[in-house]
Each structure stands twice: as C-alpha cells, then as structure tokens.
Design a protein around this ligand. Structure first.
Ligand code: ATP
Ligand code: MG
Length: 240
C-alpha cells in the first residue's frame, strides 16, 4: 500500500468537545483502496475521528485533504447500532439518500438499491422493515445504504459489536468482499482476526492521536509499545 499514491491525507487534526481536547493532532494517510483498522482504548477518540471525517462534527485545526480534489467526495458511515429508519422498509432506507440528497431518478435508484441489497445477501428481504429482520440483516442493510451514495470512503464504527457471533460473521464477510473490491475504508473493530486477515494497515490511537500504524503482521507480532501490547492482551483475555 505504501507504494500507492495517497488517497486521503489527514494532518494535525484537532477537535474540542465540551471544553476538552478530544483529538489532539491526528496524522493519518489512506492509500487508494486501503482498508485501515483503527484500534485503541475506550475514550481515545476513535468515534470522534470517524465523526469528523463524516462531517458530523467540525475540527478546530488541521486538515483533511483528498488527493484527487477534482472529484466530489462523499463519506458514508455505518454505526454500531445500525441507525436504520424504523418506519422505512430496507429498500426505502437504501433509496433515501440517493433520492433526497443526490436527487437521482427514482427507477435508477430503485434498481441500484435492489442490486446493493442483493450484494449483501438481502434479496429476499427488501420490503421488510428493520423490526422484522435480524441484527446481522439490519447491519447489512445499513452497509447497503452507506454504499448507495457511492462513497469515496466508508467509515464503520464497531459495526459488529452489537451482534451475536454468527451474525458477526455474515457482516464481516460483506466487509471482506468490499475490501477485496477496493472500497477505501476505516474500520473501528475489536475483531482482531479480521484485522489480521483483511486490513492493509492497523492504526492504534492513544490520547487523541495516532500513536502507531503498521501492516497487520508487524502490528500484532511486534507491538510498537508496552501500551499496545497490554491493550492486545486485554482484547485476547475477554474474547469469547
Ligand atoms: N459530544 C461530546 N461532548 C463532550 N465530550 C465528548 C463528546 N463526545 C465524545 N466526548 C469525549 O471524547 C472522548 C473520546 O470519545 P470517543 O467516543 O471518540 O472515544 P472512542 O475511542 O470511540 O471510545 P469507545 O471505544 O468507548 O467507543 C471521550 O472522553 C468522550 O467522553
Ligand atoms: Mg467509539
């Protein structure tokens, strides 16, 4: 990945929330088609970083730069608790942003939404409501919804944390497929096995910064600090 051109460059990103500095100089680069897994202790700023990148909160210093500035860049986010609209069917959830925000034609949007739901294994559930499907199906629908805006970057904040093991697996399989197809993504997850196998690089956040970043093999085999080693030990310890 290092040989590829940078796709996204984040430099010196600083965010304050409620009078506190939450992100304190985040530097991070993403390569074209890269899957980056983001790890770190609770409260270190992982969700905040994703929320800034998604445009949900503002940064007070630093920069977020796309390498190809001539294109429009859209960022989509997937949350731990799915956040589907409960009053809309799965297909209507997927169609909402392309219709309302992107103002694309209905028939085209419907066709694309059907394809996306098929791609995540929900061809037979498109007219179901969120309350009528499993957690894994809800999360796969949420991923289809994120993809519907044809994002330049997909952000996933602990997308499998609320799911039982078998349901986790079906969501991780969808993510593996996206990763293999070159969808640039930043994924916050405690699924270390997945990170090892799928991530191009793994980053460790600490105190509002990216404290270490490397390829998964080195990241896990020779942790860059004692803090990372003990963090990984904790994850191992509580893994069911
Ligand atoms: N809206 C807010 N106002 C004030 N402080 C906030 C706000 N949102 C987050 N924080 C604080 O920012 C810090 C980082 O939070 P964040 O949610 O980014 O952590 P995280 O790394 O995602 O943690 P977790 O692993 O528990 O999800 C925490 O100390 C949190 O309390
Ligand atoms: Mg979080």
């Amino acid at each position: 990945m290092d040989t590829l051109k940078d796709y996204l460059t984040i430099e010196g990103l600083r965010v304050r929330l409620g009078g506190q500095t939450i992100l304190d100089g985040v530097d991070l680069k993403l390569a074209q088609g890269e899957t980056l897994v983001l790890l770190g202790r609770s409260g270190c700023g992982k969700s905040t970083l994703l929320r800034v990148l998604a445009g949900l909160i503002q940064h007070e210093a630093g920069s977020i730069q796309w390498n190809n500035s001539s294109e429009a860049h859209r960022v989509a986010m997937v949350f731990q608790d799915f956040q589907l609209f409960p009053h809309l069917s799965l297909i209507d959830n997927v169609m909402l942003a392309p219709l309302r925000a992107l103002k694309r034609p209905y028939e085209e949007v419907r066709l694309q939404a059907t394809e996306l739901l098929k791609r995540v294994g929900l061809a037979d559930r498109i007219n179901h409501f969120p309350s009528e499907v499993s957690g894994g199906q809800k999360q796969r629908a949420a991923i289809a919804r994120a993809l519907a805006i044809e994002p330049s970057l997909l952000l996933l904040d602990e997308p499998t944390s609320a799911l039982d093991p078998e349901l986790k697996l079906e969501v991780l399989q969808v993510l593996e497929d996206l990763s293999k197809n070159g969808m640039p993504m930043i994924l916050v997850t405690h699924e270390i096995g997945f990170a090892r196998r799928i991530a191009h690089r793994v980053a460790f956040m600490d105190e509002g910064r990216v404290a270490a970043i490397s390829d998964p093999e080195n990241f896990f085999k020779s942790p860059a600090s004692e803090k990372i080693r003990s963090f990984l030990d904790c994850l191992d310890h509580y893994r069911s």
